[in-house]
Design a protein around this ligand. Structure first.
Ligand code: PAF
Length: 304
């Protein structure tokens, strides 16, 4: 497992690999958990002949608040250990881990050969859906994700990139980016990985106590109950009002005092992320929740 810190070196290394092999890329912000590992396993299972590259980079430009960025877990040494253990356990090889330095990653003067791979946040124009739902409570977040992936995809030029479905809107953003700039890239998505309690795995969960973690299962409980309610209603109806479902979810979430704020509860059409007043039997939707829970921002979703 080669560890690379310099973006120019990463670019040269990836270019050399690409002469012979395809590349599967798993971008992460570190603080690795079983959800990340399931993405790695999926990358390997779907394309066993590719070279695997993982990045560990807490991207400052996707945080709306500086405080949130500072509190985000930075656990590089532990992450490298986890990757080495995972290689042994699964009998797979991670070819390279890219760990750029935060302060200089975007610098054109530091890395002149990557100048063409820079996009300024203010020059990124995203469609309306990225200012809604999660985009509404985190201004600038999706532009920051776009900016970092634009640079990472250019540096590594992967053939496959793997993302978790927990960040549903992020997957839509990656698809948008892929259509615009990286048509050679295939996006693979991995299912949400959950704690036994139902809580969706997230690096942010590291900041919760055992008790807070247990009780955060209320988020998945609200999503599950809504899904069960919908299935029951569909036994006698062909459509259900969105308002009814949203208020059911809201009441369950509000029963937990650790929930400080509900940022959003949304039902959207799965294909285009458009809003709707009612859901119809045999059509595909997603129910998404975003909350402030015991001082941290948590999101989850369930397919309907
Ligand atoms: O999902 C994440 O961890 C991050 O948003 C990503 C895709 C690695 C970009 O920084």
């Amino acid at each position: 497992m080669k560890i690379i810190q310099c973006p120019e070196e990463m670019n040269e290394y990836a270019n050399a690999i690409k002469k012979i092999h395809k590349i599967s890329f798993i971008p992460t912000m570190g603080a690795l958990h079983k959800g990340h590992m399931s993405l790695l396993a999926k990358a390997y299972k779907e394309n066993p002949c590719t070279k695997i590259i993982v990045s560990l980079f807490v991207n400052p430009t996707q945080f709306t608040e500086k405080k949130d960025f500072e509190k985000y877990p930075h656990t590089i040494d532990a992450d490298i250990k986890k990757l080495v253990e995972f290689e042994k356990q699964e009998g797979l090889k991670i070819d390279a881990v890219f760990i750029p330095k935060g302060a200089t990653f975007y610098s054109d003067t530091e890395y002149p050969s990557l100048r063409a791979y820079t996009i300024e946040k203010q020059d990124i124009v995203l469609p309306k859906i990225f200012f809604e739902a999660e985009g509404k409570s985190r201004p600038g977040h999706f532009e920051g994700v776009f900016q970092v992936l634009f640079r990472l995809f250019h540096i590594i030029r992967p053939d496959f990139a793997i993302f978790g479905q927990k960040d549903f809107q992020q997957v839509l953003l990656v698809q948008y980016l892929q259509k615009q700039y990286f048509q050679f890239l295939q996006i693979i998505t991995g299912d949400i990985f959950r704690e036994p309690s139902g809580l969706a795995m997230s690096s942010r969960n590291m900041r919760l106590s055992k008790n807070e973690k247990e009780r955060a299962s209320v988020i998945y409980k609200a999503l599950r109950n809504a899904k069960l309610f919908i299935e029951k209603e569909y036994e006698t109806k062909n459509y259900i009002s969105v308002e009814t479902i949203l208020s059911l979810v809201k009441n369950i979430l509000l029963s937990e005092s650790f929930i400080e704020k509900i940022h959003s509860i949304e039902i959207r059409k799965r294909m285009d992320f458009y809003e709707c007043d009612r859901i119809e039997k045999n059509k595909k939707y997603v129910l998404l929740v975003s909350v402030q829970y015991a001082g941290i921002h948590l999101i989850d979703n369930i397919l309907l």
